[in-house]
Design a protein around this ligand. Structure first.
Ligand code: GTP
Length: 342
């Protein structure tokens, strides 16, 4: 995973944020794999106005795809070391936030996008049990839910369940894919799990920003009381929860173009324990770069003009994946002739 930081500006929250005197507000955006976190971030970035926002993006997998899929990546991007934000880079998270606060051109607001398999508790504790507690405050934990794929057992993932239990705001996203009756059932279920959470229905993360930013919905005392014991727990939890949930990421990179029919056949035959795929692809005979998204059973590919150097970068996330098999199958999808990179 590669977190990165980006500075941008949204709106009518500006005056209250700068006048609050509570430290810089932080919204922690969680949600299971493919639920729509990056889409929501892009929506926020597109609709930014006067507020200077830093976005810390965290990626599960060796290749940083998410930050490339975010709008207007610029010189304000800062890369952090690899590792799930809730597991191995907590110290880096603290250093990064500290750096953001003390830079010459400080930011007004911080958004942290966690990986789809992150438990939000250790991340919260990083803010409320370290030196960050005096210079930041958690405005809310915002969890994005895929209305189509939420399962009653939360994908057999403790982290996915915690994403809902610790949420102050829940975006019931992808409502375009489900019937109204199902939406009502999901809302009832979510309220039973997390009474009092603000539940908002969205499509492609489109939501009025004042409903989700600078809302001051988080109650840090609840976690602070639990902090000493929980932090202990969290330390143990941090190092093991990925193994417990058995999630793993398989990465693939090549500077050779892919053969589209072969790649399509590969995708059609992916094992069911692959939950998520994303990548930036280059196909033989195409001048475009293709943004590949696989979320559950849904696959999507958007095309756009290519920026040289052309290459393929792919990440698949799932449980008990056979990395060598996936990588070797992908190698067989490469076009047989080396195509020169401009
Ligand atoms: N139909 C539909 N698709 C959506 C919606 N929101 C997001 N998507 C699609 O769902 C896929 C995953 O969206 P992302 O925003 O990348 O999800 P994510 O939560 O960042 O995923 P991770 O990288 O696994 O953490 C993409 O293909 C999006 O275009 C929605 O409301 N409706």
């Amino acid at each position: 995973m590669t977190p990165s930081v980006k500075q941008v500006r949204p709106t009518s929250v500006t005056a209250s944020v700068t006048a609050s005197g509570r430290g810089i507000p932080v919204t922690i955006i969680t949600g299971f794999l493919g639920s729509g976190k990056t889409t929501l971030l892009n929506y926020i970035l597109h609709n930014r106005q006067d507020l200077k926002i830093a976005v810390i993006v965290n990626e599960f997998g060796d290749i940083d795809i998410d930050s490339k899929l975010l709008v207007s990546i610029d010189e304000n991007m800062v890369q952090l070391s690899n590792g799930c934000i809730c597991c191995t880079i907590n110290e880096n998270l603290v250093d990064t936030v500290d750096g953001l606060i003390h830079r010459d051109d400080p930011v007004d607001y911080i958004l942290v996008e966690t990986t789809g398999v992150a438990d939000p508790l250790p991340i919260m504790l990083s803010f409320i049990t370290t030196e960050l507690q005096t210079v930041t405050h958690i405005d809310s934990i915002l969890t994005v839910v895929d209305a189509e794929s939420l399962t009653p057992n939360h994908y057999d993932s403790e982290a996915a369940l915690n994403q809902l239990i610790f949420a102050d705001i829940i975006l019931l996203n992808k409502t375009d894919l489900v019937a109204p009756k199902r939406i009502n059932q999901l809302k009832e279920y979510i309220h039973s799990l997390k009474p009092g959470a603000r539940v908002l229905q969205t499509q492609y993360g489109q939501v009025s920003l004042p409903l989700i930013l600078d809302v001051n919905l988080n109650q840090p005392n609840t976690y602070q009381r639990a902090a000493p014991a929980e932090h202990h727990l969290a330390d143990d939890h941090q190092s093991h929860h990925l193994e417990h949930d058995q999630f793993m990421a398989v990465s693939f990179e090549s500077d050779r173009a892919l053969n589209l029919p072969k790649f399509q056949a590969f995708i059609d035959n992916l094992p069911t324990n692959v939950y998520r795929g994303k990548g930036i692809l280059w196909f033989q005979g195409s001048q475009l770069r293709h943004l590949f998204q696989l979320s559950g059973k849904r696959c999507d590919m958007k095309s756009e003009r290519s920026h040289p150097p052309r290459c393929n970068q792919l990440v698949f996330i799932g449980r008990d994946l056979d990395a060598q098999q996936i990588q070797s199958q992908l190698r067989t999808c490469l076009a047989s002739e080396q195509v020169s990179v401009r």
